[in-house]
Design a binder for this molecule. Structure first.
Ligand SMILES: [Zn+2]
Length: 273
């Protein structure tokens, strides 16, 4: 059980790590949730258990405006609490709305992104789950959890094309360009893989996908690398990550590091095809 709790991300661990730096993180989250620009696209946004609509607009506005064009996001919906189910495995993270069937009450889902395709239009839908009450956790800590989740899932919405191409077994043709640098998405994912390994992983959650990055099935390995990028983007904005190494937790993406540069490129780039 303990192994599973670590593997799936026991929320007590996140809350414990956040509580040690709660003042700094609360200030940071307050800034991130404050809209800094208007968005170039309209999205359906519902307030959630710990984020208001305005907070979510703030989070969306942290991404460079090029992301408004690139993202496949259509909606962010409030979703009732779900937990990792007793029957879940590392590669099949089944969930349940019935706490009796939960592996642990400390394994609530925080967010999910699903994709639909119709008439050649790919859409990403984000679900942000209501977080259950914990008598040991203040609301401001749960807000940090939801903010981190929102950044993670919004990155999935930017990677929707990657998921689709891998699922239908075709090659990923996505060229990203920023200033005089051009990178193909396959290369960017490969570089992400190398950089996260060289820094010992971006977060505890990302590390739970570490072995899957070497999976023989390209769908599984690509998805595992996408999880690294989602966690890296969230760490980039929060300037913090839930990591067992406290030094990495406080400075997950040191400025000027190759991973920091890679994330900056990924976010700022325009899509060329
Ligand atoms: Zn994810």
């Amino acid at each position: 059980m303990e192994n599973f709790l670590t593997q799936f991300g026991d929320i007590r661990f996140d809350l414990d790590v956040y509580s040690r730096h709660s003042d700094r993180l609360t200030t940071r989250v307050g800034r991130l949730c404050n809209p800094r620009r208007s968005l170039n696209k309209k999205f359906v946004v519902e307030s959630t258990s710990h984020l208001s609509e305005n907070d979510i607009h703030g989070i969306l506005s942290c991404f460079p405006s090029t992301c408004d064009t690139r993202t496949r996001l259509t909606q962010i919906l409030r979703t009732p609490t779900e937990w990792i189910a007793k029957s879940a495995t590392a590669s099949d993270r089944k969930s349940t709305r019935n706490i009796q069937n939960a592996m642990s009450q400390c394994l609530p889902l925080t967010g999910a992104t699903t994709y639909t395709e119709s008439e050649n239009t790919l859409n990403a839908h984000i679900n942000l789950y209501d977080l259950p009450e914990f008598d040991f956790a203040e609301n401001r800590l749960l807000k940090i959890v939801q903010c981190q989740t929102a950044f993670h899932e919004l990155t999935h919405a930017l990677l929707a094309d990657v998921y689709l191409r891998i699922e239908d077994n075709s090659s990923i043709s996505m060229i990203l360009q920023h200033r005089n640098r051009t990178m193909d998405m396959t290369e960017l994912l490969q570089k992400t893989r190398e950089e996260v390994c060289s820094v010992g992983g971006v977060s505890l959650y990302a590390n739970s996908y570490r072995d899957l990055m070497d999976d023989a099935d390209p769908l599984t390995s690509t998805r595992a690398i996408c999880e690294q990028l989602c966690e890296a983007v969230a760490a980039y904005f929060l300037e913090y990550s839930v990591h067992e190494d406290s030094k990495t937790a406080c400075n997950p993406l040191p400025k000027g590091s190759r991973l920091h540069e890679l994330v900056k490129f990924f976010l700022s780039a325009e899509q060329k095809d």
